[in-house]
Design a protein around this ligand. Structure first.
Ligand code: NOJ
Length: 699
């Protein structure tokens, strides 16, 4: 009904007229049948108009073009609604206002909580729909290969298994609404340096085992509506023009029938991209329309190819409900406030659950100062919850409308404990040290500022913040460092401080979350989704050939192969600063009674986790597989995890089924997933470097 009313508003004619004119509006038909009926009624011009966008200022409901990354106008004659696209990894973006700034996706991954991630996706999709948005350009599932990557904050970390789980949950949530999610950037996009021209050169096995799995999961398990191809080249072929990866792999092998959309201005030749598997050229391209039209005239672009592209776009639109449940009237939505207390509640929970306690010497945390004591809060991110500190930059930048500063929240929370808070913004290290010296504890907030388009030059904290931490730590032994960073940073002062907390880019609920964690009202429930190295050189991509790439062609050579992230640290036996999967709790856990059961090909692992401390707490036991030598795999690969909340002395049984695929490696000779016969060690632990239980299974 809603759809018909909107159609009526466009055409000025009645609903009955619209449904008679547009029989594909009948919900009784399957999405593919509706798409083919509509296709049959379209002229070539109608079709080409659906394959690229126009300037977003043409959207009558955009605020001078703000609020949307892309716009395909409606076709009222054929009852085709407009298609509006908006960036979505961390919240409804592109200059929209009144939406929730969720914690950055890397923080989302640090929760290791797909159930919560689905709630985040559902809230995000709902806000998008209310803002008149049909396509959310997220999640970003590029694997964190290079810690300096300027978009490190924007994806789910270095492990394909964890990234896949988070991506599926996010997409499931988003697509509970009549909104298309877009998994990006296919197939690889590991760096921002030379992002339009770099060729990321890697072998087939690495591509299959490390970089493609989250895309496969998004298509096969979450039925994602759209895939975005990346800017750069892979093995010297433009990603948006690659017939093997887009055509053979995505379309034929995965049978993806939804939209393949280009990254913005990533289409070099519309006909070549169309032939390779692209459907939608974004953001605008008069040239795409012209070259496709002249290709049709010249017989180099077949009508069947165009029909296939249009069918992909329409099928996703029908399947996700864009025809049947269009957003509310879009005219005035730009100014509307769509973030709800429930959405902010999800953002708060994610921020708390993602906060990783990295160091806690002598129980420095939670803060349990006596009454009438003083906490010196230091650092720019504590005093200004501006978007610059609560999120990363670029297309994933969400305007923070409701942000609470750490200073505000800590002051309020400290007052309840009858404590005082003083503040130094950190611009003057001596003043900060003086404030810390006359306080009972100091909390220093430091940041990095990742943004799309630029990689970080190195992993040091910028703007003299290491010196700031050192000065404060010298003045007060009870110094806690809070990292508002989008990824790993070096910590030369680690031995000098009592505690370290990684809060990532925490979104709107920044202050509330960190105050709850520091005072122990909430558990620092996060675990690292990415390894933190000890230096800029002790990491898998330290050579300039690997990153940012060398030579005339600026190729980035993936010579580390499948040894990405913790796989490399394990394979080379190099100790990280903090390992993948690591995070402390305010309580302690023990693991016992590992049981491995096999029934045919199904392998189930059960074990007990017990909270041995005196506080309630959260743990994330992780299961890693160590394959037989013949498989030639890294020493450990994540194959299961679960988040458990336990009361003091409470124990629970965790049961994990190891997916078949986790036992297989990509056999380049046979081009198939292959299980090497032999003994697979099952390693269960609290991080990739803290294995507590060992078992095995034969395959
Ligand atoms: C370029 C980015 O790479 C992509 O992720 C984003 O969705 C588009 N710009 C649109 O903003």
């Amino acid at each position: 009904m809603a759809a018909l009313c909107v159609v009526a508003a466009w055409t000025g004619s009645g609903p009955a007229d619209a449904s008679a004119r547009c029989p594909w509006m009948s919900k009784a038909l399957r999405p593919s049948a509706r798409a083919s009926k509509l296709l049959a009624a379209m002229s070539t011009a109608d079709k080409l108009a659906l394959l690229t966008g126009v300037d977003t200022t043409a959207a009558p409901y955009a605020d001078g073009g703000a609020g949307y990354a892309g716009y395909v106008p409606p076709n009222p004659r054929l009852c085709i609604p407009a298609l509006t696209l908006n960036d979505g990894p961390a919240g409804v973006a592109d200059g929209q206002i009144g939406t929730t700034a969720f914690p950055a996706p890397l923080a989302q991954a640090a929760t290791w909580d797909p159930v919560l991630e689905q709630s985040l996706g559902a809230a995000l999709g709902w806000e998008a729909w209310q803002k008149g948005i049909d396509v959310l350009l997220g999640p970003n599932v590029n694997i964190a290969r290079v810690p300096e990557n300027g978009r490190n904050f924007e994806a789910f970390g270095e492990d394909p298994f964890l990234s896949s789980a988070m991506a599926v949950a996010d997409i499931d949530g988003i697509q509970q609404n009549p909104v298309i999610a877009t998994v990006k950037h296919f197939p690889v996009n590991s760096q921002e340096t030379n992002r339009y021209s770099v060729s990321e050169n890697l072998d087939e096995r690495t591509l299959r085992e490390i970089y493609l799995p989250p895309f496969v999961a998004a298509v096969e398990d979450a039925k994602v509506g759209a895939v975005m191809c990346a800017y750069g080249l892979v093995n010297v072929v433009y990603s948006c023009q690659d017939p093997n990866l887009m055509g053979t792999f995505l379309r034929k092998e995965l049978r993806f029938d939804g939209i393949v959309v280009s990254d913005w201005n990533a289409t070099r030749s519309a006909p070549a991209s169309a032939a390779a598997g692209l459907d939608l050229v974004m953001p605008t391209s008069a040239n795409a329309v012209t070259t496709l039209a002249s290709g049709i005239d010249a017989g180099t672009v077949t009508p069947q190819l165009i029909d296939g592209m249009v069918t992909h776009v329409l099928t996703s639109m029908f399947r996700l409900g864009l025809f049947d449940d269009p957003p509310p009237p879009r005219q005035n939505v730009y100014l509307s406030h769509v973030s709800t207390p429930a959405d902010e509640g999800v953002a708060l929970q994610v921020a708390e659950e993602s906060t990783v306690l990295l160091k806690n010497a002598a129980h420095a945390l939670p803060l349990h100062l006596g009454a009438h004591e003083t906490i010196a809060v230091v650092g720019a991110p504590a005093g200004a919850a501006t978007s610059a500190f609560v999120g990363g930059g670029g297309s994933a930048y969400v305007t923070a409308t409701n942000a609470v500063t750490p200073l505000q929240a800590l002051t309020t929370r400290a007052a309840k404990a009858k404590d005082d808070v003083t503040y130094a913004d950190g611009s003057d290290a001596a003043a900060a040290a003086a404030a810390a010296g006359s306080a009972d504890a100091a909390v220093v907030f430091v940041y990095d500022q990742e943004r799309e388009g630029y990689d970080r030059a190195d992993l040091e904290l910028p703007a003299g913040q290491d010196q700031l931490v050192e000065a404060v730590a010298r003045a007060n032994p009870h110094t806690i460092v809070v990292l508002d960073t989008g990824g790993p940073v070096l910590m030369p002062w680690l031995d000098q401080v009592a505690g370290v907390v990684e809060a990532w880019y925490p979104g709107d609920e920044d202050g509330n979350a960190i105050a709850a964690v520091l005072f122990g009202d909430a558990e620092p429930g996060g675990r690292l989704p990415q390894t933190f190295p000890t230096s800029d050189t002790a990491l898998p991509t330290a050579s300039p050939d690997q990153w940012p790439g060398a030579g005339n062609a600026q190729d980035a050579i993936f010579s580390e192969g499948i040894d990405v992230g913790y796989r490399w640290y394990d394979a080379t036996k190099i100790a990280p600063l903090f390992p993948f999967g690591f995070g402390l709790s305010y309580t302690t856990f023990r693991y016992l009674h590992l049981k491995v059961k096999t029934r045919g090909s199904k392998v189930t692992v059960a074990f007990t986790v017990e909270n041995t401390g005196r506080r309630a707490g959260t743990d994330v036991p992780q299961l890693y597989l160590d394959d037989p030598r013949a498989a030639d795999e890294p020493p450990k690969q994540l194959a299961g995890f679960e988040r458990v909340d336990l009361q003091p002395r409470e124990a629970t049984t965790v049961t994990l089924t190891i997916p078949q695929r986790s036992f297989a490696y990509w056999n380049t000779a046979t081009k198939a997933w292959t299980v090497a016969p032999g003994l697979y060690r099952i390693l269960v632990g609290a991080s990739s470097r803290d294995i507590r239980l060992r078992g095995f299974v034969r395959r």
